[in-house]
Design a protein around this ligand. Structure first.
Ligand code: AMP
Length: 421
């Protein structure tokens, strides 16, 4: 136990951190281009926020939340997603006060008690975008375009955009009834989850992962045949904007979100080679959520993407840039009497903007040179007792193995010229 991380969690080791920084830098640049600003909300929130904000009948709330009672007897939950928290913060901090469209993005860890497998973890990282305050279908198209550009900028190919509309509380009841009529004769053959969803949330019968249920759902009525005029017009306008932006999409009537506050646009980006975990990014409109969380009725739209899945896809296509770690200068200090001088040089080099390291174990010349090599140093500065006496050091170019003796008075100027600092 002491030497094993909890199931479903992983360390991001130093040699992999470069991949994460690469993703995060790209996200921050892209969101800047689209005018979205970063928000960082707490890792945990009151449990009620997620029960309300994600919905009592979802798998996340029913089975997957990390919930505990804190020492003040409050029920607290580690965030399983970030939309509800973004909405909470939007309301609490009145982010609506100085704009009609509040554009936010986040990057961070989420927690779900899920069955771990490749691409599915109990602690995972999401990048997400929320646009709060505007009903115009152009905003749906803007965030879809951001999502598509994100994966394109990474160089990913074979990405499929699936699009649907889930209607609104006006037109959905008609559809629900049609669905219940369709499933009524076969509901007894469906899985337990589907049976319990039949009354509470019949749209979820369409996205059950059980093979038998999938088969029975074939030929179910499509919601797009039941949309009210307003939802229908919105759906077509989103498609027009996407077409204008040159973004290809496929209509998928089985893409559903079973909750009342999800409205109109639903979309998903799939990277098919990832198999069971091919859903890389999912999003849509949630015009009812802000009201559900205690605000005024406010339209909103957003998406979230799992960065572990994005990284898996990038690895599969060999698209991760190689990060080579190195240091400018490694100081080889030989003997006790030179340690303080070496440390002074090390400190001043760092103050001057060099990447610099030294050996602290007082080892042999050979061992220290080996370490200098391992740390990919461009130059080593060798300081022994003789050098110190003559106020000098040996500077060795690690690439071509040439070396020269330099006065300590000229050391910094020499290194600056060599390292182009
Ligand atoms: P959701 O919030 O369920 O709509 O998920 C949005 C995205 O987060 C998915 O498309 C996945 O890429 C990612 N995701 C969701 N659950 C997990 C998980 N347990 N492990 C890794 N990624 C996940």
């Amino acid at each position: 136990m002491l030497t094993k991380a909890p199931r479903g969690t992983r360390d991001i080791l130093p040699d992999k951190v470069g991949n994460w920084l690469y993703l995060e830098n790209l996200i921050r640049k892209l969101c800047g281009q689209f005018g979205y600003r970063e928000i960082r909300t707490p890792i945990f929130e009151h449990t009620e926020l997620f029960q309300r904000g994600i919905g009592e009948t979802t798998d996340v709330v029913e089975k997957e939340m990390y919930t505990f009672t804190d020492r003040g007897n409050r029920s607290i939950t580690l965030r399983p997603e970030n939309t509800a928290a973004a909405v909470r913060s939007y309301l609490e901090n009145k982010l609506y006060a100085d704009t009609n469209l509040c554009k936010l993005f986040y990057i961070g860890s989420m927690f779900r008690y899920d069955r771990p497998q490749a691409g599915r973890y109990r602690e995972f990282h999401q990048f997400g975008v929320e646009a709060l305050g505007e009903a115009n279908p152009a905003v749906d198209a803007e965030i879809i375009s951001l999502a598509v550009q994100f994966l394109q900028d990474l160089g990913l190919k074979d990405i499929k955009l699936l699009l649907n509309s889930v209607g609104c509380p006006k037109c959905r009841p008609v559809y629900r009834q049609k669905l219940q009529e369709f499933f009524k004769p076969v509901i007894g053959e469906m899985c337990e989850d589907c049976q319990s969803r039949y009354d509470r949330n019949p749209m979820r019968l369409l996205d059950c992962k059980n093979e038998k249920c999938k088969e029975l759902a074939q030929g179910a009525p499509a919601i797009t045949d039941c949309l009210c005029d307003e939802c229908n017009e919105h759906f077509h306008k989103v498609q027009d904007f996407l077409t204008a932006a040159g973004i290809e999409f496929e209509l998928d009537p089985s893409l559903v979100r079973g909750l009342d506050y999800y409205t109109k646009t639903a979309f998903e980006l799939k990277y098919i080679p990832l198999g069971a975990q091919s859903a890389v990014l999912g999003g849509g409109r949630y015009d009812g959520l802000i009201e559900e969380c205690g605000g005024k009725p406010t339209p909103a739209v957003g998406f979230a993407t799992g960065l572990e899945r994005v990284l898996l896809a990038l690895e599969m296509q060999n698209l991760l840039p190689e990060t080579v770690y190195g240091t400018d200068i490694f100081i080889v200090a030989l003997g006790d009497s030179v340690q303080a001088k070496a440390f002074e040089i090390l400190t001043n080099l760092r103050k001057d903007g060099f990447e610099a390291s030294m050996d602290f174990a007082g080892r042999s010349m050979k061992a220290q040179m080996k370490q200098a090599n391992k740390s990919n140093a461009k130059f080593t500065v060798i300081l022994g007792e003789d050098e110190l006496k003559s106020n000098s050091a040996v500077v060795k170019d690690m690439q071509n193995s040439t070396q020269e003796t330099v006065s300590l008075d000229d050391l910094f100027a020499t290194l600056k010229a060599k390292c182009h600092k």
